[in-house]
Design a protein around this ligand. Structure first.
Ligand SMILES: NC(=O)c1ccc[n+]([C@@H]2O[C@H](COP(=O)([O-])OP(=O)(O)OC[C@H]3O[C@@H](n4cnc5c(N)ncnc54)[C@H](OP(=O)(O)O)[C@@H]3O)[C@@H](O)[C@H]2O)c1
Length: 330
């Protein structure tokens, strides 16, 4: 276990867009030190290390996993590589924070969990919205019964991406591309967080000429509620989340997955909550990883192994309904 005067030493692998944003938030946490970064391209690693003040740049992930100065690895490469990259890091004794989706199917996620437990290292899917201050507060209010019996959740995640590189990770099914695992995971997460597992589900998807699914609508049915969920790479949307119970409503500000506030309506009265995020919002999940590592636990109570497994099982079920396939990777 780490002494309290020692910083948590991070390594980052897969140095694309999200890795840069994450590194900027890591720099805001006084408890963190970015020690090493690794990419399949040494030049990309060196440039990233210079920009984000990392001490060491590696041209392969394996070298970073073997580096004794790294405590925890942030895995930020494409979906289809999350499982094998995280497993390799954990087999080298590193704790892991892995970008969402943890794996592209439940089999992969179960294997990641098994390795975490066998190796005795911390593992968490970077489902950062779970640590967003507004979403935490909304979850607590609902659990306290402020809305009464929950009846309806409406959440979406959309942005236009049909003009992107067809071989890139969003539109290429061989990389786990499509809207569902990239952004549909967020509305499915919100429904799971607030309502648990549905009794029934229905879903329909539309596909791009690359074979990638680019628009999916989902209807989840619970004993006392329904959730209407949508993800799309074919259009933009406001992205306000709506949550309604018998005693009130909550509207999480757009874009709800990274919200800085929400509105609670009860008895015709509106109450605003302003809960700003720190940095881009990744700061909050980073704090959770630090706390868990310091406590010597293998998983977060707020976003546990079980939660990641249930979430990917729901996504697997949606994929089955809509016949969404990732050729050659699952
Ligand atoms: N939490 C969030 O808000 C958020 C936001 C965006 C994305 N994400 C997640 O983060 C992950 C990366 O997204 P991104 O937008 O950062 O992706 P990206 O910039 O397209 O690529 C990230 C890295 O993945 C590797 N990579 C790219 N193309 C590849 C290919 N064809 N085959 C094998 N590896 C490839 C490269 O790693 P090397 O540098 O090692 O070559 C690249 O630097 C995704 O799983 C996504 O779901 C999360």
């Amino acid at each position: 276990m780490k002494a309290h005067n020692e910083k948590i030493r991070w390594g980052i692998v897969g140095l694309g867009k999200i890795a840069g944003k994450f590194a900027a938030d890591l720099a805001l946490d006084k408890d963190a030190e970015l020690v090493a970064v690794a990419s399949t391209s040494l030049i990309r690693a060196q440039e990233f290390a210079e920009l984000h003040h990392a001490k060491i740049a590696f041209g392969s992930y394996e070298e970073l996993f073997a580096c004794p100065e790294v405590d925890v690895v942030y895995v930020a490469n494409v979906h289809s590589q999350h499982a094998n990259t995280s497993i390799s890091a954990m087999q080298h004794g590193k704790h892991v924070l892995c970008e969402k989706p943890a794996g592209i199917n439940a089999g992969e996620v179960q294997e990641m969990i098994n390795v975490s437990r066998n190796q005795g290292v911390f593992f968490m899917e970077a489902l950062w919205s779970r640590f967003n201050p507004s979403i935490r507060k909304v979850k607590n209010l609902i659990d306290e019964g402020v809305l009464g019996t929950l009846r309806y959740v409406h959440a979406d995640f959309c942005f236009y991406a049909l003009d992107r590189d067809e071989n890139g990770r969003l539109l290429n099914p061989a990389l786990g591309g499509g809207s569902l695992l990239d952004i549909g995971i967020y509305p499915v997460f919100l429904a799971y967080l607030l309502l648990g597992l549905p009794d029934e589900m229905d879903a329909r998807a539309r596909f791009f000429h690359t074979g990638a699914e680019v628009q999916t609508s989902m209807l989840f049915t619970y004993p006392k509620a329904q959730a209407i969920l949508h993800s799309s790479l074919a259009n933009n949307a406001k992205m306000e989340a709506r949550i309604t119970g018998e005693n009130g409503e909550i509207y999480i500000d757009p874009r709800w997955h990274e919200a800085s506030g929400f509105t609670l309506i009860q008895n015709g009265e509106e109450k605003r909550e302003h809960l700003p995020v720190t940095g881009k919002g990744y700061f909050h999940e980073i704090g959770e990883v630090h706390q868990c590592i310091r406590r010597g636990v293998l998983e977060s109570e707020l976003w546990s192994h079980y939660d990641s497994l249930q979430l990917i099982r729901l996504l697997d079920q949606v994929r089955e309904r809509c016949e969404i396939h990732f050729p050659s990777v699952d």
